[in-house]
Design a protein around this ligand. Structure first.
Ligand SMILES: [Zn+2]
Length: 185
């Protein structure tokens, strides 16, 4: 599936979610069984591990639709990048979406920068902190970080850079309203 069609499908799924008109069949065991031999996901979604932003629910996606990577603060490690490359090269996915969200705990941790944080959390904060500028709100940092991750992927991966029809974009989900801003970059 090309990137534009995939994006249309995701937007349609998000609209079903907002309208409370979800497709429940696509979440059934019977539906899942058609993918027992192979998967052809429409998109890679990189989102936060936060329990309030599950991409499959927000995009009303069923089995086989989304190749999902979730980490606190939607940061992308080398392991995560390998997962993305696998989806693009082996599963021929042509759309990658980095999804940030409001009131993100990882972004808060990066902004507050407590010296008592663990070694691992410090490492995660360091992946976010370069985008922080004086006076930015938590959500402004989250948006800048999400854009930065989206921009950085092809710089970090020659594999991704070499795929001509690959589209990488970003979006930002507001927990309080359910509003989604698209195509930040
Ligand atoms: Zn978060």
């Amino acid at each position: 599936m090309n990137a534009q069609k995939a994006l249309q499908a995701l937007r349609a799924g998000y609209n079903r979610f907002v309208d409370n008109n979800q497709n429940h069949k696509s979440k059934s065991l019977l539906f899942s069984q058609q993918f027992a031999e192979a998967q052809h996901p429409k998109a890679v979604i990189v989102s936060c591990s936060d329990s309030r932003v599950p991409p499959e629910l927000i995009f009303d996606a069923g089995f086989g639709e989304l190749f999902t990577i979730r980490t606190a603060g939607n940061v992308v490690s080398d392991y995560d990048l390998a997962s993305i490359e696998y989806a693009v090269v082996n599963l021929e996915v042509r759309l990658i979406i980095i999804m940030g969200h409001s009131s993100c705990g990882a972004i808060c941790a990066a902004v507050e920068d407590s010296p008592s944080d663990s070694v691992h959390l410090t490492c995660l904060k360091e992946a976010i902190q370069p985008v922080i500028k004086e006076g930015m709100s938590i959500d402004e940092v989250a948006i800048a970080h999400t854009e930065d991750i989206a921009r950085s992927l092809t710089k970090r991966s020659h594999t991704l850079e070499s795929i001509e029809d690959l589209v990488i974009t970003s979006c930002f989900y507001r927990l309080d309203t359910g509003e989604m801003s698209w195509g930040l970059r």
